[in-house]
Design a protein around this ligand. Structure first.
Ligand code: S3P
Length: 452
């Protein structure tokens, strides 16, 4: 999907107390994997709660282009897979739009097949580094054609027999871990991934659910060794996707910041590899009650009651980054209204997200009057609890760089700033959270988009 020609600026203004009872759309990571594993497994996979954002829909289209059938009946997506090892050669380039997860995981999934597959994406995805996935695939025998710096478009061609590898993931990345494991699915023997720092574990959990022969060992230092026996059978599953904690972050922070708010957010995924933001906001004094914690489809899920709170600055340790990697932009917004200083460490991976998120956040904060300092891999924000002077009275817009989370984070900021906050584009929000505007205005937020 190409948003370059249809920017849709939006402005958020100081709002009165947010109230309501909401359900957040399905988790993006689990939704991508549901389409991928369903499309690969033998038989039918039935998915409810799927996130119908552009990123996930592009993954569904890619699986269709490789032989899976994908259709929707009522609220249920029904995927009929090809069977493991039986993907077909896509006839046209696979277009992943804005989605790093869709693109990188599918590179692993199909890259080891003995045919050509070509990967393209939007301007943001075309700037992102693919070498982190292409390098282990090269070790498995995959031929790679790519643009300089291993950028898209990329064409892969697997060997007659891929080689199983042992791969130590050099950065904290669930996408890299997952790409190697998915390549291992169509590789004879044992593919081993060593993960020094634990990242989201949806691939491991879900592959086991589909019947893959996969085991995980964690040593005393927390280093995980994941072994997958390739070329086994995968069988279709029934999946109910829980609400996305990364999307939850926006109404959650909004309700903490807008005085007098009280909202209930239902059915939120609480997998411990995803809850770093909630922990951090609680440490800052945020009133977040975790209700009815339960297990659903093998995942931790809960409802969250969130009330307007006075926040104070904290230091967020680097080892928390993997469990809240997508939440730093909105945490920086929360920190802008906290008493004192918030220091965030271990942010190097933010440089290679949908935008250079560390720079995009720092520029956006500065434009809206926040006192902050950007380091190579850290950010310090000095807050102003009353929001006085924050926002941009001249209406100058935050540059979102085709990054949905930058857009949503700064719209949350506008709800509590003295002056309005404008973002140059809100259309990109549809990649991960198409319901964002309606859901926020339904809670009482004053946000409006305008077409240019
Ligand atoms: C994801 C992994 C993370 C995250 C992304 C989703 C996944 O990326 O930022 O939004 O579903 O595996 P990295 O692997 O690049 O950290």
């Amino acid at each position: 999907m190409n948003h370059v020609n249809k920017l849709r600026p939006a402005t958020a203004r100081r709002s009165s107390a947010l109230k309501g009872d909401i359900r957040i759309p399905g988790d993006k990571s689990i939704s991508h994997r549901s389409f991928m594993f369903g499309g690969l497994a033998r038989g039918e996979t039935r998915i409810t709660g799927l996130l119908e954002g552009e990123d996930v829909i592009n993954t569904g289209k890619a699986m269709q282009a490789m032989g899976a059938s994908v259709r929707k009946e009522g609220d249920t997506w029904i995927v009929t897979g090809t069977g493991n090892g039986c993907l077909l050669a896509p006839e046209a380039p696979l277009d992943f739009g804005n989605a790093g997860t869709g693109c990188r995981l599918t590179m692993g999934l199909v890259g080891v097949y003995d045919f050509d597959s070509t990967f393209i994406g939007d301007a943001s995805l075309s700037r992102r580094p693919m070498g982190r996935v292409l390098n282990p695939l090269r070790e498995m025998g995959v031929q790679v054609k790519s643009e300089p710096g291993d950028r898209l478009p990329v064409t892969l061609h697997g060997p007659a027999t891929p080689a199983p590898i042992t791969y130590r993931v050099p950065m904290a990345s669930a996408q890299v871990k997952s790409a190697v494991l998915l390549a291992g699915l169509n590789t004879p023997g044992v593919t081993t991934v060593i993960e020094p720092v634990m990242t989201r574990d949806h691939t491991e959990k879900m592959l086991r659910g589909f019947g893959a022969d996969l085991e995980v060992e964690t040593d005393a230092d927390g280093v995980r060794t994941i072994r997958l026996i390739g070329q086994g059978e995968l069988t279709g599953q029934v999946i109910d996707v829980p609400g996305d904690p990364s999307s939850t972050a926006f109404p959650l922070v909004a309700a903490l910041l807008v005085p007098g708010s009280e909202i209930l957010i239902r059915n939120v995924l609480m997998n411990p590899t995803r809850t770093g933001l909630i922990q951090t906001l609680q440490e800052m004094g945020g009133d977040i009650e975790i209700l009815d914690a339960r297990l659903a489809g093998g995942e931790d899920v809960a409802d969250l009651r969130v009330r307007g709170s006075s926040l104070r600055g904290v230091t967020v340790p680097p080892d928390r980054a993997p469990s809240m990697i997508d939440e730093y932009p909105v945490l920086a917004v929360a920190a802008s209204f906290a008493e004192g200083e918030t220091v965030m460490h271990g942010l190097e991976e933010l440089r290679v997200k949908e935008s250079d998120r560390l720079a995009a956040v720092a520029r956006g904060l500065e434009l809206n009057g926040v006192d902050c300092t950007e380091g190579e891999d850290w950010l310090t924000v000095r807050g102003r609890p009353d929001g006085k002077g924050l926002g941009n009275a001249k209406g100058e817009a935050v540059v979102t760089h085709l990054d949905h989370r930058i857009a949503m984070s700064f719209l949350v900021m506008g709800l509590v700033s003295e002056h309005p906050v404008t973002v140059d584009d809100s259309a990109i929000i549809a990649t991960s959270f198409p319901e964002f505007m309606d859901l926020m205005t339904g809670l009482g937020a004053t946000i409006a988009a305008r077409d240019e």
